[in-house]
Design a protein around this ligand. Sequence first.
Ligand SMILES: [Zn+2]
Ligand SMILES: [Zn+2]
Length: 76
Amino acid sequence: MSETISVKGSIDKVCQETDCGEKMADLTSEQKALFKNFTYCPYCAEEMTLICNRCHEQLNSADYKFCPWCGARFSD
Ligand SMILES: [Zn+2]
Ligand SMILES: [Zn+2]
């Protein structure tokens, strides 16, 4: 690879339920940051899912440095 992908993304933790997604869309960024520590959804108790906030594909690990789907760089 001769070029480094410089697009920045971040890892979001979301609930796949549509209703919960709508509730979470109204949260402040501070509240959203708190959600990253949650294992289960506080609204429906489903297990939370890690996604790339750029391509919205599911991720298997919060330790990823890059999105395996769109190549976005996750910086903290
Ligand atoms: Zn939920
Ligand atoms: Zn991505």
